[in-house]
Design a protein. Structure first.
Length: 394
């Protein structure tokens, strides 16, 4: 395994920790800043929207700077945002810090995915992407639970200060381990933008928005759901997040392995099973035995979609993959923003803390429909022009 993948995984660990740790700290942040749970849920929505908005312009830097230098700049921005969050005197400043940190997210994973894929042989690309994303999943096993525990014991501000320190470690790892990779010759910004007009690329991004959005519909409100519905004490949220993280690690590695063998069947299975599990979560959330099992399954099935979706976008936009890859990361977070907002709406409407699970199930089922449609269009294009790869440009 190239050492550069280790550096990318370190950066992913820090970013993954700050993205997900807020879900375990919603009650503490809401109480300290004097806002409601649905309102503090906007910290998830704001972060996700920041990823969506920040990914394209930050990735454009990759057309004028080396990828290593862009990754270094992104990690520095990440550190600054988390420090602002740690020092925030009120909700508005806290939200601003989250958005600043989020601006680095999409471009980091987008450019990082391209770098990881270029470091290995073509038939190992999904596995290499999965290894980079392992930092993100391990963050949910180690970083997020520990961050939640620290937040409950020493205050949520301490958690975000530590996360800023993780960003510094990630920055050092990039400086030391990632090689200077020259910008590809002949690829210009217009080529990158043109790749986003491919119908299959857009369908893959739609799958990303809806499929991973299904995961966040449930996980954003896991703390109040497990405490107020399942009946666990507040301290139990930590080990429940560990289970979610373990599921993510397993699903990510399995998705990476099988995406290199049978990409679309992997998506059918993971998205279909995710929709079923999320629907069942509405019932299993009332059981202290079944709820933890369901939490782990949501993590596993949700992240089993990540390597195949990212690889599909890279394959379809092979001539200019950087922007498409980053925008697809933004699509993951657009799904997060959409689902956390919808989850807050159904809770605020009085439908209960399990209602977001139904939202998630419907989103995942919609992603499965898009996957079937994408495959059908691909088969049709292959029948019409078997010698040419399917390319429909809007």
């Amino acid at each position: 395994m190239p050492l550069a993948l280790v550096a990318l995984a370190i950066g992913a660990f820090g970013i993954g920790t700050t993205e997900f740790v807020i879900t375990g700290l919603l009650p503490q942040v809401a109480s300290d800043l004097g806002v409601s749970i649905p309102t503090v849920g906007l910290l998830v929505t704001g972060y996700a929207l920041g990823v969506v908005v920040g990914a394209p312009p930050m990735t454009v830097l990759g057309t004028v700077m080396s990828r290593k230098r862009v990754l270094m700049l992104l990690m520095a921005l990440f550190v600054a945002g988390n420090l602002l969050s740690a020092l925030a005197p009120g909700f508005g400043v806290m939200l601003a810090g989250r958005v600043i940190a989020s601006l680095a997210h999409g471009a980091f994973f987008g450019i990082g995915s391209v770098v990881a894929a270029e470091l290995v042989a073509p038939h190992r690309r999904a596995g290499a992407i999965a290894l980079m994303f392992t930092g993100l999943t391990v963050a949910n096993v180690v970083g997020v639970p520990l961050g939640t525990l620290v937040g409950q014991v020493a205050g949520w501000r301490t958690t975000f200060a530590i996360v800023a320190g993780l960003g510094v470690v990630g920055l050092i790892g990039i400086v030391v381990l990632v090689p200077e990779m020259p910008r590809p010759e002949g690829v210009r910004l217009r080529h990158e933008v043109a790749a986003l007009r491919d119908v299959q690329v857009l369908l893959a991004m739609g799958m990303t928005v809806l499929g991973f959005g299904g995961v966040f519909a449930a996980i954003t409100y896991i703390a109040p759901m497990m405490v107020r519905v399942t009946g666990y004490p507040e301290g139990a949220v930590t080990w429940l997040l560990v289970l979610f993280g373990l599921g993510m690690v397993a699903g990510n590695l399995i998705g990476g392995r099988f995406a290199d063998r049978a990409l679309m069947p992997m998506l059918y299975v993971s998205l279909g099973a995710l929709a079923v599990v999320l629907a069942a979560f509405t019932l299993t959330a009332h059981s202290k035995i079944l709820a933890p099992v369901t939490v782990a399954l949501v993590g596993a099935l949700g992240f089993a979609t990540v390597p195949p979706l990212q690889k599909r976008v890279l394959d379809l936009a092979h001539g200019a993959p950087t922007l498409a890859s980053a925008v697809n990361i933004g699509a993951f977070n657009l799904g997060n923003a959409l689902s956390s907002w919808l989850g807050g709406l159904v809770i605020a409407a009085g439908l209960g803390y399990t209602a977001p699970n139904w939202v998630g199930a419907l989103l995942a089922a919609s992603a499965l429909v898009l996957a079937v449609l994408s495959a059908a269009l691909e088969r049709r294009s292959a029948m019409i022009a078997p010698a040419q790869p399917p390319r429909v440009i809007l």
